[in-house]
Design a protein around this ligand. Structure first.
Ligand code: G3H
Ligand code: 13P
Ligand code: NA
Ligand code: ZN
Length: 305
């Protein structure tokens, strides 16, 4: 069933588990996400960025909405990193049931103002809203506290921000960053900060940049002819701990990008004569499904629907 973000995330925060919010850009990605969720009885969120909307538009949104309506588990369609009020409203008109307004690059007051506008409009239509406070970006373990405080989310500010905006869930900066290169060794994640913010708030918290960049997938990527440098993601144990503290929505895009490319590269390399798209995109869908299953088990959402 197609539900709002709140329908999925409020129980997740209360139950101390995380729900994956996976980025989609085509039918195969969408099927991998929703069919795996059904197989594992897991709630799930499917998100489209503004780039995904530019690429797939209403056609892609309709694929997600149709699969979600027919699904036997709760599914929300979420706008990832909406850059403006207009963008959020456009997504709601397209049928999204959850929108993010990302005004985190503005100062506190302007972030509040822009987020509040979106919250008022979205709530009038029964749609829930994610916003962001703090600056996303990988940081090194040894960085001094002052520097960390400069861009990771301040707990007291988070309380003020939630009160002043009425946001339904909040993305916090805890050291994670987007992409396949999150830092050397074991990328940093600030568990103490998550715990502190969670202790002062009650709404679901969101972690962006949560791909694990599994070494096994990276190895297969290389073996199938792909080139990738020192790829590193968030360790499973680190993510699991974060969900225990109050991270309810966990954003994953990179892992599915890597998995689909692995499936495609392996299929093409193993069968140079193949040109049936189903024999190429089918394996991509299969590798993505395995990665999604792993993530859902790590997050603890399996069996929650
Ligand atoms: O946070 C960004 C997501 O990974 C979406 O990326 O804007 O290239 O679709 P995109
Ligand atoms: P990853 O790049 O770690 O997959 O993060 C995706 C994300 O945060 C989308 O909003
Ligand atoms: Na998002
Ligand atoms: Zn993000």
């Amino acid at each position: 069933m197609l539900v709002t973000g709140n329908d999925i995330l409020i129980p997740a925060r209360a139950g101390h588990y995380g729900v994956g919010s996976f980025n989609t850009n085509n039918m195969e990605i969408t099927q991998a996400i929703i069919h795996t969720a059904e197989r594992l009885r897991s709630p799930v969120m499917v998100q489209m960025s503004e780039g995904a909307i530019k690429y797939g538009g209403q056609d892609l949104a309709n694929i997600v909405i149709d699969l979600a309506r027919r699904a036997t588990v709760p599914v929300a369609l979420h706008l990832d990193h909406g850059s403006s009020y207009e963008s959020a409203l456009k997504a709601i008109k397209m049928g999204f049931t959850s929108v993010m307004i990302d005004a985190s690059h503005h100062g506190f007051e302007d972030n509040v103002k822009e987020t509040k506008r979106v919250v008022e409009a979205a709530h009038a239509m029964g749609i829930s809203v994610e916003s962001e406070l703090g600056r996303l970006g990988g940081i090194e373990e040894h960085i001094v506290v002052d520097e960390k405080d400069a861009f990771l989310t301040d707990p007291e500010e988070a309380v003020q921000f939630i009160e002043q905006t009425g946001t339904d869930y909040l993305a916090i900066a805890i050291g994670t960053s987007h992409g396949a290169f999150k830092g050397k060794g074991r990328p940093y994640i600030d568990h103490a900060r998550i715990e502190k913010i969670a202790s002062l708030t009650s709404i679901p918290l969101v972690a962006h940049g949560s791909s694990g960049v599994p070494q096994e997938i990276v190895e297969r990527f290389r073996k199938a002819g792909g080139e990738i440098g020192d790829a590193a993601g968030i360790a499973d144990e680190d993510l699991q701990r974060a969900t225990g503290f109050g991270i309810a929505k966990v954003n994953v895009d990179t892992d599915l990008r890597l998995a689909s490319t692995v499936g495609i590269r392996e299929a093409l390399t193993a069968n140079p004569k193949e040109f049936d798209p189903r024999k190429i995109f089918g394996p991509a869908r299969e590798v993505m499904s395995q990665v999604i299953e792993h993530k859902m088990r790590v997050l603890g959402s399996v069996g929650k629907a």
